[in-house]
Every structure is written in structure tokens, then in C-alpha cells.
Ligand binder design. Structure first.
Ligand SMILES: NC(=O)c1ccc[n+]([C@@H]2O[C@H](COP(=O)([O-])OP(=O)(O)OC[C@H]3O[C@@H](n4cnc5c(N)ncnc54)[C@H](OP(=O)(O)O)[C@@H]3O)[C@@H](O)[C@H]2O)c1
Length: 253
């Protein structure tokens, strides 16, 4: 259960090497989260992050194997993790791939890899997580969506549509949990400086994993259902989504 001050005490990070995911998890450990499970494709590679979280104050940090594309195993994976660790106060869905838009337009398999990871894989693991949170009667599924999902751009529509699908799915999933004690929180970061965006020209209002983590912690404390990072993007995007299509499609990157 969240502690007396409302901070999560146990965290499952799906996408255990995500820089944004780890920054949020570290903030939660600094705010008294004691148990962390890092789930990723290469558990061995997650060990330095696990050590870092232990030095930040976590009592128990486990690393487990998880592949978003292995959808056949997601139900069993989630049941196994919850059965072994007990309740989770917060499950952070942080995995994702940006892909290469030009390659995706040339090669259907490349486009499908983005859609399968960001939308199908995410929905596939979000459903059993939501069932377990509903059964335990508390807990938050925190999902890293993106401003790219607000309105798909010509320059990035494969990734953008995968996030639009994920965002819509998770809003509906959150609505289905109302009254259960569990909830879904959707996070919409803008351009964040991580290995995912390395080498790309920063977009306006670009930010850092730590700043996203701060916005998320503030949002969780306020009981927000949607968190923009930085918060100003909420207002920027409410204008951008009404730009006429001929103008919108000219936006580069
Ligand atoms: N950076 C941005 O500007 C930005 C903006 C908005 C939203 N986001 C979203 O925020 C989330 C985290 O991004 P980030 O910036 O922290 O990027 P990151 O550091 O590159 O993290 C991406 C994570 O996804 C994992 N992953 C990829 N494919 C996977 C698969 N098939 N199975 C399991 N894990 C897989 C990666 O694991 P490996 O180590 O195994 O590759 C890595 O942990 C993503 O969903 C991203 O779309 C990012």
C-alpha cells in the first residue's frame, strides 16, 4: 500500500533500462519506495541500475526478464511477478521504441515492430496488470505515452500513431477501473534527452528525465489522470491540435 503520506512503497518498472523510467523510479525510492522490480530484455544489463536504486535507499531490488513483443507470455509474467512479490503500489510502463520513420515507410516489418512494441505489447501487458491492481483494490498503472500521440505528424506518424493508440487504450482502461481503488495515469512527455532521442535536434520545450520525474511525482501527489512534461505542453498542444492540416503536415521532425 502507499505509505501514510501517499507515496508508493513498491514499484514494478516495465522497461527497466528506460532513462525516464529509471529517473521516476529513483525519485520514488528517494520518497520511501522500498521494493523495486526492474523488468527488461537483458536482466544482466539492469544490475548497475539496481545497485543505484539500492544506494538511493531501496531495500529490495530484483531484475527479471521481460520482452514487450513476447505477448503470449504476458499474462503468466504478470501473475508470476505479483504472486512472488505481493501487491505493487505502482507499475510503470516505460518501454518503447522510436523507430525510423523513413525505414518504416519503406519496410512494413520495421513499422510493425514499432506498433507491436508501443501499442500491442503495451496493451497486452497493461490488461493483466490492471486485473491484478483491480483485484488488490489499490495501485497505479503509470504509462509513458507521448505528445507525439496527441496528433500524428507526417514526419513521425508511425511512432505517433502507436502512442495515440496506447494513450486512448490506457484512458479507457483507467475509466474501467474507476471505483476499484486502482487507477491509470497517462504521462505525455515532449522531447526528452535520453538515448532514444540521442543525435536528434531537440524540439522546443525539450526536457530531461529528472524534470519528467519531478512532474510525475507532482502529478501523482495531486491525483492527476494525465501528466504533461513539461506542463506547458498541455496548452501548446491544445492549440497545435487545431492547426489546419496543410500547416500541420509541414512541421519537420
Ligand atoms: N525520450 C523522449 O523524448 C520521449 C518522449 C515522449 C515519450 N517517451 C516514451 O518514454 C518511454 C521511455 O523512453 P526513454 O526516453 O526512457 O527511452 P530509452 O531510455 O531508450 O528506454 C526505452 C526502453 O524501452 C525498452 N524496450 C524497447 N523494446 C522493448 C521490448 N521489446 N521489450 C522490453 N523492453 C523494450 C528498452 O529496453 P532495452 O534496453 O532492452 O533496449 C528501454 O528500456 C518510451 O515509451 C518512449 O516512447 C520518450
Amino acid at each position: 500500500m502507499n505509505d501514510a503520506l501517499g507515496s508508493p512503497q513498491s514499484v514494478l518498472l516495465l522497461g527497466g533500462s528506460s532513462e525516464i523510467g529509471l529517473a521516476i523510479t529513483r525519485r520514488l525510492v528517494e520518497r520511501r519506495a522500498k521494493t523495486v522490480v526492474l523488468a527488461g530484455r537483458d536482466p544482466e544489463a539492469l544490475k548497475p541500475a539496481a545497485d543505484d536504486l539500492r544506494s538511493a535507499g531501496a531495500d529490495t531490488v530484483d531484475v527479471v526478464a521481460f520482452d514487450a513483443l513476447a505477448t503470449d507470455g504476458h499474462d503468466a509474467f504478470v501473475d508470476d511477478i505479483f504472486n512472488r512479490h505481493g501487491d505493487f503500489d505502482l507499475v510503470l510502463l516505460a518501454f518503447g521504441v522510436l523507430g525510423d520513420q523513413e525505414e518504416a515507410e519503406r519496410d512494413t516489418d520495421a513499422a510493425l515492430a514499432v506498433l507491436r512494441t508501443n501499442f500491442v505489447g503495451a496493451a497486452s501487458v497493461a490488461l493483466p496488470v490492471a486485473r491484478r491492481l483491480r483485484a488488490q483494490g489499490h495501485g497505479t498503472l503509470l504509462v509513458l505515452s507521448s505528445v507525439a500521440g496527441e496528433r500524428a505528424r507526417r514526419a513521425n506518424f508511425v511512432y505517433g500513431s502507436s502512442k495515440a493508440g496506447l494513450d486512448a487504450f490506457c484512458q479507457g482502461l483507467g475509466d474501467s477501473l474507476v471505483g476499484s481503488g486502482a487507477r491509470v495515469v497517462v504521462v505525455r512527455p515532449g522531447f526528452v534527452h535520453t538515448k532514444m532521442t540521442a543525435g536528434r535536434a531537440p524540439a522546443p520545450l525539450s526536457t530531461t528525465p529528472d524534470a519528467v520525474a519531478d512532474a510525475v511525482v507532482r502529478g501523482l501527489e495531486k491525483g492527476a489522470e494525465t501528466i504533461w512534461a513539461p506542463p506547458a505542453l498541455r496548452f501548446v498542444m491544445s492549440g497545435m491540435r487545431h492547426l489546419p492540416r496543410p500547416l500541420w503536415r509541414r512541421i519537420k521532425e
